[in-house]
Structures are given as structure tokens and as C-alpha cells.
Design a binder for this molecule. Structure first.
Ligand code: G3P
Ligand code: CA
Length: 259
């Protein structure tokens, strides 16, 4: 049972640049998103969190050490402090000018050129702030930039998705989880919130899962870490997945174009 032939105007299977193009550029930077689009990505994926002064910043970890030259929690730094950090030098000294982007900056540069999956990090709901703050601000930014039809909001926090749905009944949502939860019908869970897709770790791909999602009109979109092999990606597509959050968008594009 095949899935939807297209999604938000792009034919499936979708090439999704996972945090941009982390195979060749530092993740979640402007350089990384630019590279993913240049390599044929249909969509870019990014992670959003809040700075100490409630600004939306694009960065994956709750702490700064792995992907910047800063230290400590993202949420303990103001936007000005975060913008002073080097988010590229750890990957390549020639990219030391890369800063952690704001969500607005990414939307303004790429919103008209590609689809964007905004993952609201669950950590951003655990600040000493009402949990809906990061959700409200993200949705306001999507609306301000006129990107309601070309963005998807996902989160490991089902509460975040419930809040997003309560704020905007038309928003494209995706449920994000490692995999199906025991005793819960994943397709029904997605439908209950009006989601368009289920995003899950590649280790959970089965034909039963993709077919039950397709019967419900949903996309099956796996992600993986950098160690995923081309054969594992090809197998996921064979099992009916409708795209892939790829660290190497060019490799996935080449694989899909050969099919
Ligand atoms: O949205 C899919 C994927 O990005 C989730 O994993 O750890 O890369 O945010 P992670
Ligand atoms: Ca992510």
C-alpha cells in the first residue's frame, strides 16, 4: 500500500536535510541548510529552543559544548550571547563564522525555497516559563513569515503538539517518537491530533507500520544518526517509507533518482 504521492507540493519520497547537511557542514547552521538545498533536499529539518530572553534559537542540544565554543545550557544564555558563539569551527575552522541561527533568520533565508520541519525540542518546554511559550512563539514566527503551508511542526513532546493544534487548527503537524509505543495505535494517535506524518527512528521501520500509516493517509518518515548505511536507507524506502531525514541529502537524492 503506497503512501501519498506528494506532500506540500513535493513528490515523495522526500529528501529531508536532517539539521541541514551535517555530512558536509556543521549541523543547524545557515551553511548547512544552504548545502542541503544545493544537494536537492525537498525539506530541511531544524531544532528550536529558547534563549534566556525568550528568543527562538536553532540548536539541537540543551547544552552548548558539542556544537559551539560556548559552555553550559542554551537556556541560560541571552540571544546576544548565543550569537557571539562560533557554531562551525568545531566542524571546520573555515566555518568559524557560523552562528547559531535564529528561527526568523532561517525562515527569511530559506522559507520561500524549501519546506521546513521545525522540531520543538522537548527540553524547551521544561524551562521556568509556561510550557506553551516556545510553541506560541514558534507558531507566531511561522505566521509572521507566511509559511503556514510549507512548514511542519514536530516534537517528541505530545503536549507541545496539543498546544500547537489548540493554537492553530490548520498547522501541519508531525508526531515524533523513537517508534510506536506498546498498546498504542500510532496511526490513530497521529489522526487524533490531525498530524500529517509520523517521524520515527529507522530501527522501528516495518511494513506493518508504513501500511497502517498509509491507510490513514499519513506519511512514514524515518530518521537515523550519521552511522546509517545506504543499504539501511534503501531498505526503509523499500518498506514503504515516504522519505528520510538524511544527514547526507546528496546520497539520498542520488539513491531516489536511480529508482
Ligand atoms: O525530527 C527527526 C529527528 O531530527 C529527531 O532526532 O535527535 O536529530 O532531533 P534528533
Ligand atoms: Ca531534530
Amino acid at each position: 500500500l503506497a503512501g501519498p504521492a506528494d506532500f506540500l507540493g513535493r513528490p515523495t519520497p522526500l529528501v529531508i536535510g536532517h539539521r541541514g547537511c551535517p555530512a558536509r557542514r556543521p549541523e543547524n547552521t545557515m551553511a548547512s541548510f544552504e548545502q542541503a538545498i544545493a544537494e536537492g533536499a525537498d525539506m530541511i529539518e531544524l531544532d528550536v529552543q529558547l534563549s534566556a530572553d525568550c528568543q527562538l534559537v536553532v540548536i539541537h542540544d540543551a547544552t552548548l559544548e558539542r556544537t559551539t565554543n560556548g559552555h553550559g545550557l542554551v537556556a541560560m544564555h541571552t540571544l546576544e550571547q548565543l550569537r557571539g558563539l562560533d557554531a562551525g569551527g568545531w566542524f571546520d575552522p573555515r566555518l568559524a563564522d557560523q552562528r547559531p541561527p535564529t528561527l526568523a533568520e532561517v525562515f527569511e533565508a530559506f522559507g520561500q525555497r524549501t519546506l521546513i520541519n521545525v522540531e520543538i525540542k522537548a527540553e524547551a518546554l521544561c524551562l521556568p516559563l509556561p510550557g506553551w511559550t516556545v510553541v506560541e512563539l514558534t507558531l507566531a514566527e511561522i505566521a509572521r513569515c507566511g509559511l503556514e503551508r510549507t512548514t511542519v511542526v514536530s516534537s517528541m513532546s505530545f503536549d507541545a503538539l496539543l498546544m500547537a493544534r489548540a493554537i492553530n487548527p490548520r498547522l501541519n503537524l508531525a508526531v515524533l517518537a523513537h517508534g510506536p509505543k506498546p498498546g498504542i495505535d500510532t496511526a490513530m494517535l497521529c489522526q487524533a491530533i490531525g498530524a500529517r506524518a509520523f517521524n520515527f527512528h529507522i530501527s522501528s521501520v516495518t511494513r506493518d507500520l508504513t501500511e497502517s500509516l498509509h491507510r490513514a493517509g499519513l506519511l512514514a518518515l524515518p530518521y537515523a544518526d550519521a552511522s546509517v548505511t545506504p543499504s539501511a536507507m534503501a531498505r526503509a524506502l523499500e518498506l514503504g517509507c515516504d522519505g528520510f531525514f538524511a544527514d547526507d541529502p546528496a546520497a539520498l537524492r542520488a539513491m531516489i533518482d536511480k529508482q
